[in-house]
Design a protein around this ligand. Structure first.
Ligand code: ACO
Length: 388
């Protein structure tokens, strides 16, 4: 008997799960997250197999079609993306009409939503996914540059996806070391199972709504500091600590104020986030040694303090911690950290959108009602009260 039928028959429904913790909401063949052991694999390929080395375009191919491309990077897919980087005039004017000076994340949410012109119907297509992946960096960088009073830099078709993002942002062909580091970040952040933003995207698509609406919902969910909004706060925390010698005092005071330490803890991982392990290695290659030493000291002090003060909670370093150090090191300003996370995640969103549509069923869970029992009487209207 279904839970609903059981409830109708007067049998109490099973206990609800706050935050859907531990609830399996469906099936997916895209990404395996092994929270207890710290495993993460895309289509069966562990992330350590992909980073360093796999171009982001190859990982897009893997996520969308389940197989690695026959050449690295895949020339057809790379051409498809490069060919879609330039914005149609309508989108250029739309980007230019967004008020300058907004936090780029706010602007990005508006701009992704503005991609919807009625042409993104249901079901989502691979071409629409390519548009989403290819155009978001162009919209974001155009907005950021214009906001700073600079001319937009047109995309270059001869650069890879990640190199072209940095190029459009800075107006110069980026240092290959920076590109390699950011490429690793993009690959590691490309997908992560049923995280909050992907779930939001799949809920929207399950109503037979379109990809752009679903991606807007995804970004809205990604934005919060309990999900993708944390990395800039990690950098703020490192600035706040200032020196390795100050770490003990700063962390103790923050925990005494009952603050959460940004970049630690994860709903899925009860061990170190495997992405953090690789991002730390990448940081080792590109970060300023003093900044890295500070980050390592703060991490070690924070882990000790969390172990002592939040015993049993199993709080370890998450992706955002060394993600922030890598993003800083490639020269991105803090207000671009979460937007950059979102750009990387468009690949995973696209793969999940196609998978959701391929075997769609409306996502519509139940809730355990805990309000008053039905049957209450509405108060009599007093004789002189005016009708509404
Ligand atoms: N610092 C201090 N205490 C923490 C932290 C932290 N970073 N994270 C969790 N806790 C504590 C909570 O206060 C709670 O304690 P309590 O039971 O005494 O109230 C306990 O650990 C469990 O926390 P929950 O919020 O129930 O854990 P949940 O699985 O819901 O949260 C989350 C995971 C949101 C990531 C949390 O660990 C957190 O807020 N971390 C800091 C923000 C952060 O790093 N966000 C990025 C996450 S990675 C990503 O989404 C890409």
């Amino acid at each position: 008997m279904s839970p609903r039928k059981l409830a109708r028959a007067g049998v109490p429904m099973s206990a609800s799960s706050r935050g859907l913790e531990g609830v399996v909401i469906g099936r997916s063949a895209i990404t395996l997250v092994e929270g207890e052991t710290g495993g993460l694999a895309y289509r069966g390929f562990r992330i350590a197999e992909l980073v360093p080395g796999a171009p982001y375009e190859s990982v897009i191919h893997l996520l969308l079609w389940g197989e690695p491309p026959s050449e690295q990077p895949p020339s057809r897919l790379s051409r498809e993306l490069a060919g879609r980087r330039s914005l149609p005039r309508r989108l250029e004017s739309l980007v230019d009409s967004v008020s300058p000076g907004l936090p780029p994340l706010e602007a990005l949410r508006t701009m992704i939503s503005a991609m919807g012109d009625g042409s993104f119907g249901y079901p989502p297509t691979v071409e629409q996914v390519f548009d989403l992946i290819a155009r978001t960096p162009t919209m974001l960088t155009r907005y950021v540059r214009r906001s700073a009073g600079e001319r937009a830099v047109a995309p270059r078709a001869d650069l890879g996806h990640v190199a072209n993002y940095l190029y459009m942002l800075e107006g110069v062909v980026p240092d290959p070391r920076k590109v390699r580091a950011l490429e690793g970040y993009f690959v590691l952040l490309a997908d992560h199972g049923m995280n909050a933003s992907t779930f939001a995207l799949r809920v929207v698509l399950s109503t037979n709504s379109d990809l752009v609406s679903a991606a807007t919902a995804g970004l809205a969910a990604l934005k919060g500091p309990l999900h993708g909004g944390a990395p800039a706060k990690v950098s703020d925390m490192l600035d706040g600590v200032g020196t390795p010698e100050n770490a003990e005092k700063w962390i103790a005071q923050a925990l005494a104020r009952k603050e959460r330490l940004m970049g630690f803890g994860h709903r899925a991982y009860k061990v170190e986030d495997p992405r953090a392990v690789i991002l730390k290695q990448i940081a080792g290659e590109v970060a300023d040694p003093a900044r890295l030493a500070l980050a390592e000291r703060v991490e070690s002090v924070a882990l000790d303090a969390l172990e002592r003060q939040r015993a049993g909670r199993r709080l370890y370093t998450n992706v955002e911690y060394y993600g922030a150090v890598v993003l800083e090191s490639v020269g991105l300003p803090r207000d671009l950290f979460t937007p950059t996370f979102a750009l990387a995640r468009t690949a995973g969103w696209g793969a999940h959108a196609l998978e959701q549509a391929a075997e769609n069923r409306l996502i519509r869970p139940d809730v355990e009602y805990v309000g008053p029992a039905p049957g209450r009487r509405w108060p009599e209207r007093s004789a002189g009260a005016p009708p509404h």
